[in-house]
Design a protein around this ligand. Structure first.
Ligand SMILES: Nc1ncnc2c1ncn2[C@@H]1O[C@H](COP(=O)(O)OP(=O)(O)OP(=O)(O)O)[C@@H](O)[C@H]1O
Ligand SMILES: [Mg+2]
Length: 267
């Protein structure tokens, strides 16, 4: 079977500042996403989640393994997927409209046409009244929606989202999750979401990969067979509660096997 996106036996190490030491961030990670599927990665801090998304986006290169889009390797190639990195920030000196058109301008679209295209999308992203506002004038949730629109305008049918809701308060976060579900159902992109929140992963995903502490490995893959549409109240369903228990069990279990920094083998 050809997947939309496939990560095969990927390994990634980093040299640390101490001479001769390496950190293995990811160890033999394999995962796959079907067209239009919503998949999440849940795992402890430092297990290599952002490192993996960076590699899928072509911003860094695996030491080992392969990354395929529609069956073709995209290792070290940029521009195949839409990516909202963990520390995505809007340019403070640009209006919301001029922030979200950046990916269009990168694609060579002229400013006037780019603005027209983005303006037509602002209502879908709940930003129609904020085109001329600067980022500091918006709430956290609005800024996140603007970042989403900017990511969406990268126009790829795979979206990588790295903890997009981490900085939001609980209520805004819940609203944004419901909003993302609606957007996903409308646009039907394949999504790979990184989150620390078990509830968020269960609410949004078709499948969840649970990662071990560093070096990150896939501990298990969980299918979320909870019918859609889902909403915040879905978290009270018995099927949700039992999957949550299973997920937490894997996360807690994984934590007892933390691996130390390894000494580099100098030949
Ligand atoms: N450029 C780099 N140079 C050296 N080490 C790095 C680099 N990038 C990441 N690392 C290390 O790789 C490991 C994985 O980092 P990564 O940011 O991928 O974790 P994460 O799972 O995204 O964590 P979090 O949930 O806190 O965002 C960490 O130990 C980190 O210090
Ligand atoms: Mg991260």
């Amino acid at each position: 079977m050809i997947y939309k996106l496939e990560v095969r036996h990927v390994k990634k190490t980093f040299a640390t500042r101490q001479e001769g030491e390496i950190v293995t961030a990811l160890q033999d990670v394999s995962l796959s996403i079907r067209d239009g599927e919503f998949v999440s990665i849940v795992g402890p801090s430092g297990c290599g989640k952002s490192t993996l998304l960076d590699m899928i986006a072509g911003l860094s290169v695996p030491d080992d393994g392969d990354i395929l889009l529609n069956g073709t390797s995209i290792v070290s190639e940029k521009g195949h997927v839409s990516y909202m990195p963990q520390k995505d920030s809007l340019f403070p000196w640009r209006t919301i409209l001029d922030n979200v058109i950046v990916p269009l301008q990168v694609q060579g679209v002229r400013k006037k046409e780019a603005r027209q295209e983005a303006l037509a999308l602002l209502p879908d992203f709940g930003l129609e009244q904020f085109a001329d506002h600067y980022p500091f004038m918006l709430s956290g949730g609005m800024r996140q929606r603007a970042s989403f629109l900017r990511t969406y305008l990268q126009k790829k049918d795979v979206m990588l989202l790295d903890e997009p809701f981490a900085s939001l308060d609980a209520l805004t976060r819940m609203k944004m999750q419901e909003w993302l579900m609606k957007m996903w159902q409308t646009f039907q992109h394949a999504v790979l979401l990184v989150t620390h929140s078990v509830d968020e992963a269960l609410l949004l995903s078709d499948r969840i990969y649970v990662f071990s502490p560093r070096p990150g490995r896939v501990l298990t893959e969980i299918s979320v067979d909870i019918p859609r549409p889902r909403a915040a109240r879905t978290s009270a369903d018995p099927s949700f509660t039992s999957l949550k228990k299973e997920l937490l069990h894997w996360l807690e279990d994984g934590i007892s096997h933390e691996a130390p920094v390894r000494k580099k083998q100098i030949p």
